[in-house]
Design a protein. Structure first.
Length: 152
């Protein structure tokens, strides 16, 4: 038996923009279906929003997303909660972080350089006691990411 888990991100009108941004970071194939594709009248405000979005790359990155109906706009940083690092500790009221672990520092640095565009860096990417590279940021869409190098 085999099982896969996939993070499903919930957005307020920015799912398509977020998925396209993640595609620019991680590559992969993007699938988007809109509410109108499933029968919502085109004149309704949410008809063009994402009801099902998925990004999957050949190297294993996979994320899903949709726009919460009737919930457009707002500061994603405030809506999603907050995270900060103080004295080596992570303080947060978020229910999850998205983690990306790669085999080499070069891979992690590549993803970090792209994902950190427009992000709030919580912990700069650097060597840590448990990894050749560890960093934490909250991206422009309000998702907090942990990137690190798999220990050997």
């Amino acid at each position: 038996m085999s099982i896969k888990t996939t993070t499903h991100l919930n957005f307020r009108g920015t799912a398509e923009e977020a998925l396209k941004f993640y595609q620019s970071v991680f590559g992969g194939q993007l699938e988007i279906a809109r509410y109108r594709d499933f029968g919502m009248p085109k004149e309704l405000p949410d008809a063009e929003q994402v009801v099902f979005g998925q990004l999957e790359s050949e190297d294993g990155f996979r994320v899903m997303a949709y726009d919460i109906p009737g919930s457009q706009g707002g500061d994603p940083q405030l809506i999603a909660g907050s995270t900060q690092r103080q004295n080596g500790m992570t303080l947060t009221d978020r229910t999850f972080f998205q983690s990306v672990r790669a085999e080499t520092l070069e891979e992690v640095t590549h993803y970090w350089a792209r994902l950190s565009q427009g992000a709030t860096v919580l912990e700069p990417l650097a060597a840590s006691a448990w990894s050749a590279g560890f960093g934490m940021l909250t991206d422009q869409f309000g998702v907090t990411w942990i990137l690190d190098v798999q220990s050997s």
